[in-house]
Design a protein around this ligand. Structure first.
Ligand SMILES: [Zn+2]
Length: 267
C-alpha cells in the first residue's frame, strides 16, 4: 500500500488560476505535475500506484475555513481514495466552531501554512487554537522551513517550530519538507527526536545524497512519511525513488509508504 500524505487539489473552477499564481510567485521555478483538480490527482495516483492521498487545503483568511469545509463535504462522497484535512485561519474568531465541525465531519486533521496565513508558527496567541485542535484529537500538518514562493518570510523557520515542539511535545504533528527544506544542520539539533512526524516532499532527492539528510532519516525512521506535495512533485518519480532505493530495507520502505502515517491517521 502507498499513502501520499501531502497533496493539493482545488475546486475545478479555480484550479488553473491557483496553479498559475503559485508558479508565478516562484518566478517559474516550480512545475505542476497535475492540473490541480480532483480528476487529475486521481490519474496521477493511478499512474504512480498511490492508493490514498491526503489532501491539504489552506484557509488563507479568517472565514475561509467554513467555505473549505463546505467544499470538502461535497467532495468526500466522490473520493474514497482521498482523505481531506480541514484548515482554519488561526486568527478566525470562529476557530472553535470550525474545528468542531471538522471533527464532526469525520476529518482527521488541520493544515496550516503560516507563511500564506500571515502568522509566525510560534505566536503564543495561536497556541489556544493548537490546543483546541489537539484536544479534539485531530492532527496538525504544517508547511515548514523555507518556501520558495515567499523567500523573505521567516514565519515557518526551523527555530519557530522548535519552540512549537517544545511546547507541544509528542503531539500529532506532521512537518512538511522534513521540517525545513534541506536545512538539515538546524533541523537535526532543533526538531529531531521530539515525537513529531516529517514528510519527504521536496527533500527526498537531496536526502538520499546528503550525509546530514541520511542522518536525519536514521534518527527518525519511525516518523518519516511519504508525501509528495503533488502537484509540485511527481508522484510516480517519488514512488520510484523509494521503491528503487538500494539503501532502504523493505521494512523501511513499508514504514515510509504506509505504516508510520497510520500511527496518527485512520485509513
Ligand atoms: Zn504543500
Amino acid at each position: 500500500m502507498i499513502i501520499d500524505a501531502h497533496t493539493h487539489i482545488y475546486a475545478d473552477s479555480v484550479a488553473d488560476s491557483a496553479i498559475r499564481t503559485i508558479i508565478d510567485n516562484t518566478r517559474g521555478r516550480l512545475t505542476a505535475y497535475t492540473r490541480g483538480t480532483h480528476e487529475s490527482l486521481l490519474r496521477s495516483m493511478d499512474a504512480a500506484g498511490v492508493d490514498i492521498s491526503i489532501v491539504l487545503p489552506v484557509a488563507t483568511r479568517p472565514g475561509h475555513g467554513h467555505s473549505i469545509l463546505q467544499w470538502i463535504q461535497e467532495k468526500v462522497p466522490l473520493s474514497n481514495r482521498m482523505i481531506f484535512f480541514g484548515s482554519v485561519h488561526p486568527y478566525d474568531p470562529d476557530y472553535k466552531s470550525i474545528i468542531k465541525e471538522c471533527k464532526a465531519s469525520g476529518l482527521q486533521g488541520i493544515k496550516f501554512h503560516p507563511a500564506y496565513q500571515g502568522f509566525p508558527a510560534d505566536d503564543e496567541n495561536v497556541y489556544k487554537v493548537y490546543d483546541e485542535i489537539l484536544n479534539n484529537d485531530l492532527a496538525m500538518y504544517f508547511h515548514s522551513g523555507f518556501d520558495m514562493s515567499l523567500p523573505d518570510c521567516d514565519y515557518t523557520s526551523v527555530e519557530r517550530f522548535s519552540n512549537v515542539l517544545d511546547h507541544f511535545k509528542n503531539s500529532k504533528m506532521i512537518l512538511a519538507h522534513a521540517g525545513g527544506d534541506r536545512e538539515w544542520e538546524r533541523v537535526i539539533p532543533l526538531l529531531s527526536g521530539k515525537g513529531c512526524y516529517f514528510d519527504i516532499a521536496f527533500v527526498l532527492e537531496n536526502m538520499k545524497q546528503s550525509d546530514y539528510g541520511r542522518e536525519m532519516y536514521r534518527l527518525n525512521e519511525d516518523y518519516f512519511v511519504f508525501g509528495t506535495d503533488s502537484p509540485w512533485r511527481d508522484q510516480t518519480s517519488y514512488v520510484q525513488l523509494i521503491q528503487n532505493s538500494l539503501t532502504l530495507t523493505p521494512q523501511q520502505k513499508d514504514k515510509m509508504f504506509y505504516k508510520n502515517i497510520q500511527k496518527i491517521i485512520r485509513i
